[in-house]
Every structure is written in structure tokens, then in C-alpha cells.
Design a protein around this ligand. Sequence first.
Ligand code: SAM
Length: 271
Amino acid sequence: MNQAPFVYEAEYQRIGNWLQDRCGMVFPEKKRELLINRMLSVCDRHKIPDLHTLAERLVMGNDSDLLYAVIHAASTNHTYFFREPQVLNYFQDHILPNLPAEGARIWSAAASSGDEAYTLAIIAAEKRGMKWAKNRLAILGTDISGVVIAEAEKAVYGAMHIDKMPAQILPNYFDHVGDEHYQVKAEIRQLCTFRRLNLKNHPYPFQRNFHVVFCRNVLYYFDKPQQKQIIEAIYDVTEPGGWLLTSVTVSLRGLESRWQMIDNGIYRKPF
Ligand SMILES: C[S@@+](CC[C@H](N)C(=O)[O-])C[C@H]1O[C@@H](n2cnc3c(N)ncnc32)[C@H](O)[C@@H]1O
């Protein structure tokens, strides 16, 4: 049995506190071993002798490569195309048809490797036509991890990312680039831009508000007060009548937010 959690008690506390202060990520007791193992692998990769030294360097804060490596290692970046069809179907059937003809802005607020942003672009191209999407749609994907942002920009995916897509999507929207990998076609890539952004740092620095915000499978990193701050900060960068889509498994109940709940995972800002 792995004894690491007990050996590294002080380091777990320091690194855990650093992650919470800096990124809002909360690692409860049950995720202690996971965090320690991920940090041990950062030590291996960066030739750092032990977790104590890693914690010291984090707190000193002058090695930005290391800071971002820790943030990336602490995050679960798992994502895939057409994830959680329940929310996507709502987007496709009730939100997309009513987005302004003159143009719409969508934010994928924890984009990871871009699968969600490209999924939304593909759904929009399917339902409103490639011409509307090209001329009228802008999708921004952001994530705290620069590593996944670089992957999103490359837009090359293997089976684990694409095997839950409806059958016709692969031939229509991807190019085979060899070795069982596929790249999202340029015309879909052009609808999406990606930037690094820490959701904990609000108010968010956008010049124009969004019509739809997807913030899925990330809120569970934060404790309740921070979740509330984040969804309120998202509210402030959403157009009146705009939408927030979270994971169906994350309930905003009890957060006393200004969002109006429409269904599980589906919220609207009143006009
Ligand atoms: C599990 S992925 C979710 C991807 C996609 N939204 C989905 O539902 O499939 C969670 C992402 O949240 C990002 N993340 C974690 N903390 C963050 C923060 N403070 N600010 C921005 N992104 C964060 C992680 O880097 C990771 O890529």
C-alpha cells in the first residue's frame, strides 16, 4: 500500500495551499495521494530532489516554468469531443437557433485541449451552416494551463478524444494526419481562438460580452465561495439573455447567484 500521503504531510499542506491561493484548486483529503503522486512526477521531470524543495521553489515564485508545470500537473485535463450530450443538445436545439443573426460570441471557460470549443463550432456549422459560422461566430477557449492551450491550437487528436462523436463528424470536419491522429479542419479551427486565463483572477479582461459561456468540469476544483465568485464574474461578462452551461453534475443550488436556473447545468441571465 502507498504510504506517501503520511510521509509528505507538510508538503501536501504547503503545495495544496499554494494551489488554492494561486488557482483556486482545492485538493480535499481524498485527493491527497493523487496530488502527491502528481507532484512527485513534477520533481522527476524537473530534477528536483524532493517535495520539500518543490514547495520551497513554488513559494519563492521566481521559476515560472516550474509554476506552470505544477499547475498543469495538478489539473485533470481529461476531455473529449461531444462530451455530455444532454447539455450540447440543449445548446443545439434551444440556444443556437436563437443566437443573434448578426453574430455571437461563445466562451469555453476551461477549454483544456480544445475539444469543447471545436465541438461547439462543429455543431454551429452543422445547424446554422458553415457560412453563418464563418462570418458570425467567434469562440474563445481559455485554460489556466499553457500546455493544453498549445494542444488546442494544434487541434490534433487521437482516438480517446474523438471516439464518442457521431459517425459523420470525423470525415466531414477532420483531416487524417497519420498514425491514427486527426486534425480539425482549418475552416473550423478558424472559428476558435485560445488563450491562457486563470478563472480565479476576476473581473475577467474581455472587451465584449459573451452570448454563451460553457464552464464545464472545472467548478469542482473550487470551494463554494470561489464557485460563487466565478459564476458571478461570468455573469458580468455575459450579455443580457445570455447563457451559462455547467456540467449536469455540478449544481449551483445554494450559491445564491443571479443566474436563473433553467434545467440541470443550464442557466440564463435575465434580459
Ligand atoms: C476536466 S477539464 C474540462 C474540459 C472541458 N471543459 C470539458 O468539460 O470537457 C478541466 C480544465 O480546467 C482547467 N482549470 C483548472 N483550474 C483552472 C483555473 N483556475 N482557471 C482556468 N482553468 C482551470 C484545467 O487546466 C483543465 O484543463
